[in-house]
Design a protein around this ligand. Structure first.
Ligand code: SAM
Length: 280
């Protein structure tokens, strides 16, 4: 258990989609003055060096962020995400990549707060170092799902809950939906964004059926497949299930997904999906 290290995968095509969506949701929350909470269930280390032994071993970022970060003409909804990446990389060499917690931290206003759970001892340590002395951020060495129960809703009325499991145990695809449904009962005004990998299509079909079965409304599915579906080729695509998305997110993704599919596609079957799994 807990053999997954995000440092091998930082900046890959799945991170690009996940973090671009995260940024758009946080920017939408900032449209109102009132404070919000950012809750990250599976935080990992927070920041990555792309020249580390881990990142160089897999070089997954080469087919992810490296393909797009310096392009001159990009769809408008990608700009706030690329600005975050450029904030960490002030020269023309891509050296650093932010994890989901740091992406959020760079966007938070004074009135906003963030809380993170993570269990891997090495990553928790890095996360604690990253946020040491930060009065707006709290790191908890705690199980993701216990953290949801213990920390939400607190006093919060608005916020984003980002769930990014490593799915090391297959049952997690089912568990995570039930955990979201339970949290939603206590915090129905929050926005929830769950990341998933497309490895086996039938697993994703079941994930969607499980979401429909919760009875929750306003569920948007955003998916980017860089290759056609295949049971033999590892992760061919990635997606986000977003509950209570900001109203502009659908149209922003309509603009962004065709471009990302073109730029990040790895074969002729690259495709995207954008649909209301459950409408309002
Ligand atoms: N969200 C991060 C980002 O975008 O930068 C990446 C997260 S990574 C995909 C998944 C993380 O979840 C790993 O660091 C792993 O140690 C952690 N993890 C796995 N199971 C967990 C659990 N039950 N509770 C808390 N953390 C867990």
């Amino acid at each position: 258990m807990l053999s997954y290290r995000h440092s091998f995968h930082a900046g890959n095509f799945a991170d690009v989609l996940k973090h671009a969506v995260e940024v758009l949701i946080l920017e939408a929350l900032k449209q109102k003055e009132s404070p919000f909470i950012y809750h990250d269930t599976h935080s990992a280390a927070g920041r990555y060096s792309l020249s580390s032994a881990h990142a160089e071993k897999t070089a997954e970022y080469v087919d992810g962020i490296a393909r797009i970060w310096q392009q001159g003409e990009v769809p408008a909804p990608l700009i706030p995400y690329l600005n975050v990446i450029k904030q960490l990389n002030s020269t023309s060499t891509l050296k650093h990549y932010p994890g989901s917690p740091l992406v959020a931290r760079l966007l938070l206003r004074e009135q906003d707060r963030m809380q993170m759970t993570e269990l891997h001892p090495a990553d928790v340590k890095l996360l604690e170092q990253e946020f040491a002395g930060d009065r707006q951020a709290r790191v908890y060495k705690q199980d993701a799902y216990e953290g949801l129960k213990a920390l939400l809703p607190g006093r919060n009325k608005r916020g984003l809950v980002l769930l990014d499991p490593s799915y090391e145990i297959k049952t997690e695809y089912r568990q995570v939906v039930q955990e979201i449904a339970q949290t939603y009962r206590r915090f129905a005004t929050g926005t929830y964004a769950l990341w998933y990998p497309v490895i086996e299509r039938r697993t994703i079909d079941r994930l969607m059926r499980d979401f429909v079965g919760t009875g929750i409304k306003k569920i948007l599915v955003i998916e980017l497949c860089v290759k056609g579906d295949s049971a033999e080729r590892g992760m061919t695509g990635t997606g986000m299930v977003v509950i209570n998305p900001p109203w502009k997110l659908y149209s922003q993704m309509e603009e962004l997904l065709p471009w990302l599919t073109k730029e990040l596609g790895q074969d002729n079957h690259a495709n995207f999906r954008l649909e209301w799994l459950v409408p309002e």
